[in-house]
Structures are given as C-alpha cells and as structure tokens.
Design a protein around this ligand. Sequence first.
Ligand code: DOR
Ligand code: ZN
Ligand code: ZN
Length: 446
Amino acid sequence: MLDLCIINCKLDIGTEEVCLGIEDGKIVSIKKLPPSASETIDVKGKLVLPGLIDAHVHFRDPGLTFKEDFFSGSAAAAAGGFTTVLDMPNTVPPTNTLQTFLEKHKIASKRSLVDFGLHAGVADLSNIKDLAKYKPASFKIFMDLVDDNFLMDAFGKINEVKDVPPNVHDLNEVGVHPLISLHAEDPDVVEQCTKKMKKEGSNPELYAQARPPQAEIESIRNAISLAEKFNQRVHFCHVSTKKSLKLINTAKKTGLKITSEITPHHLFLDSDYLKKYGNLAKTNPPLRDDKNRLKIEDLSQIDIIGTDHAPHTLEEKKKDIWNAPPGIPGLETTLPLLLTQLNQGKISVGDIKRLLCENPAKIFKIPNKGFIDEGMDADLVVIDLKMEGVVDPDNFKSKSKYSPFKGFKTKGMPVMTIVRGNLVMDNGEIIDNHGKFVYSDLEVEH
Ligand code: DOR
Ligand code: ZN
Ligand code: ZN
C-alpha cells in the first residue's frame, strides 16, 4: 500500500493518462492502472509537470524581511508551481561566510515551504574552500560591484576547489569545480553611463541607457575569457541582449562549460515598460529596446529561465528612478505567462520542462529533481490549461505586491503544487510544509 496515488495525470499534451504512485516522498511507479494507496488525488486529465526549479530568487531573509522572508517567498513559489528555489546571497549579512551560510540554512530549514538551495557570496576569498564543503548551489559574483583583479583572484580561488561530488546526472564527471554564477555588467561602463544619464534628468526611461547593452556585453566577454583561462564552469544570470547570447553560444561551441539564463521580464517586456510603469519595471540589467532584446524565438538557444524574484516594498519603489531599488517579483507570474504562450502554440511542454525543471536540476546538480521518473522526488505541479486569469499583484503571496505584468491576461494556471509528496498549494491555497535543503547529504549541526 503506497502513501499516495495521483490518478489521471497527463505528462504531456495529447498523451495517455497515467497514475503516479508515491511512497516516502518519491515517485515509485508510473502506470496506467492505479496502485493501491492510502490516499488518492484525481487530477482529472490535467497536465502534470515536474515541480519547477527557480535557480534565482532573492528571499531577503535574514536582514531585509520587510521586503520578503523565507515563508512569504516560498509561499509565492508554491503558488507559482515552484517546488525548489535557489536563494541569492545578497541578504544582510550577505551569505559569504560559513557562519552566515549556516545561519541562512537554519532560517530556511525552519521557514521554507518548498525545497531550497543557497548560492554563496564571494568576498573574503579565504572562505571559499570551507564554504564549498557546505554545497552552495554556486558562488555568485556581482560583476558590477567588483574590479578585474578581484574577479581574477576569485576565479582562481574557486577553481582550486576540486572536491565537489560528481554530477548526479552525469556520473562520468568526477571532481568538478564548483559553479560560478555571474551578474554580468561592467562597473566602469555602468558608472560612466549612469553619470551621463543622471545629468539628463530623472525620467525612468533614462535608466535603460544608464546601464546599456554594452555594459553586459563587455562583462560577458571578460567572464568568458576567465572561464577559458581557468577552464571554469560559469552560469550567466539574466542574459538580456541578443549580442550577449551570441557571445555565450559561440564560446559554448569551443567547448567551454557555460550556461545561460533569461528572466520572464527580459523575455516578455521591452524598455518602453520603464516609461509605462516607472520604477516597477526597474531592474538590473535593465529592460532592453526591441532591437537588442531577446524574444520567445530565442528560447531554444537559452539554457534556463530564472525568475530573479527580487521583491522590494512599494514605498521604496516610490523613490525617484535613481534611488528606487531595482527588482521585480516573478514567482507568481512566470508559469501563467509561459502557459499562455503554450496555449498560443509559441512554446511546447518540452520547452517549459527543459528551461524550468531539467536544465536547472542538471546545471546546479540538484539530486533527484527536475524529472518525473521512478526514484525521483515527488515534486509536481498540476496545471489547468484552460483556466484564464488576469495578473493582479494584490493577490500575490509575496510581500511584494507590484508587477510590470499587472493586467496581463493569462490562460493556464498551476492549481496544485506538491513537494516530496506533500501538498503545498491547492487551488491557490497554501498548506504548511517543511522544505529541505536540496543537497541533502550536507550534515549541519545547529
Ligand atoms: O534587479 C536586480 N535586483 N538586480 C540585481 O542584481 C539585484 C536584485 C536585488 O537583489 O534586488
Ligand atoms: Zn543580478
Ligand atoms: Zn538577482
């Protein structure tokens, strides 16, 4: 007798319905006929995907919990169909020492409703070796905040770490280096252009030129040469211009282990939204004009979608364009927006799985997640493809109740989110759950 059986699941559009048998939080059978189980959920032919993995969230916990905390952020994740999140290190204090890493681990273990990993920050390079033992999802560097010497030293130091266990999805790759995630914008270009634009006034649309495409392109070029020098795995966060993607894909062809991410706002919005929504559309890197920006047809060349869920308060967003903080909450809009594209035939179920489940699991080496298969964690999202909606930030579970997607009409909604066999969202309602650190063999004593 299994713990749970989910019947009448469609794993893709147009395929036969199957029953998923779940025991101890794992998928143990995928069969036509239902196994006997203590509990049965009938999803009545709805689409069931692996729970989404967001490799890029800012939950602000500790230190900035007036913007978001691990409970509210993970509730937003569950509402949006995400079962795993990887949290960024720019909290207060930043997650760049053993102590702060363990402290965040403790907070998230107590408060997160979904499973989680943590990116480590990079400051004092003597911490890298110890931090690596605690399995950060990556070492994250904000290239806009550091100089070339630091960058070179950081790459060197991270590259020295060689004892990361083999990739769960690629058992041949033994002893790989940790991954470096990059926010790629060149600090000198940003400084010069920001100075220039500030003289022009404070119209929100000036922001796009204060951090122009060139800032990203030069920074990516720089990082690629470091990746090559050290033969270091690098993940580029929120790639926002056509030229950046071209540089990355050309470098990939030479054999470098480089991956790319796009946010839903860079995918669906252009810099005109700065005019329309002002600071609510302010983000780093900024939204790009039509000529430079990436579009849905570029998705086949991109590795993952990360939301860059970066919540702030409305009060902060009311400041002028030069002082309001950059960032857009994305966990609750991403899947409905993508399902709308799916309904319009612009992307496939396979695209959503590749970009938000399979590739994030592979790139960040997350064991047992990203796939619906026997032996994998029972992390699932049930989707009603016909449900229509309108983006309304007032209904967000996130503390951050704004969105440049406000008013967008959507078709397709996550209606149920399951983490290791536990229901955490049912028709928009959040149910309590204990999220776990995804690199689970980490033994942490508190
Ligand atoms: O828009 C952004 N917001 N870009 C970043 O790099 C940081 C983030 C944040 O933490 O708010
Ligand atoms: Zn960033
Ligand atoms: Zn970010």
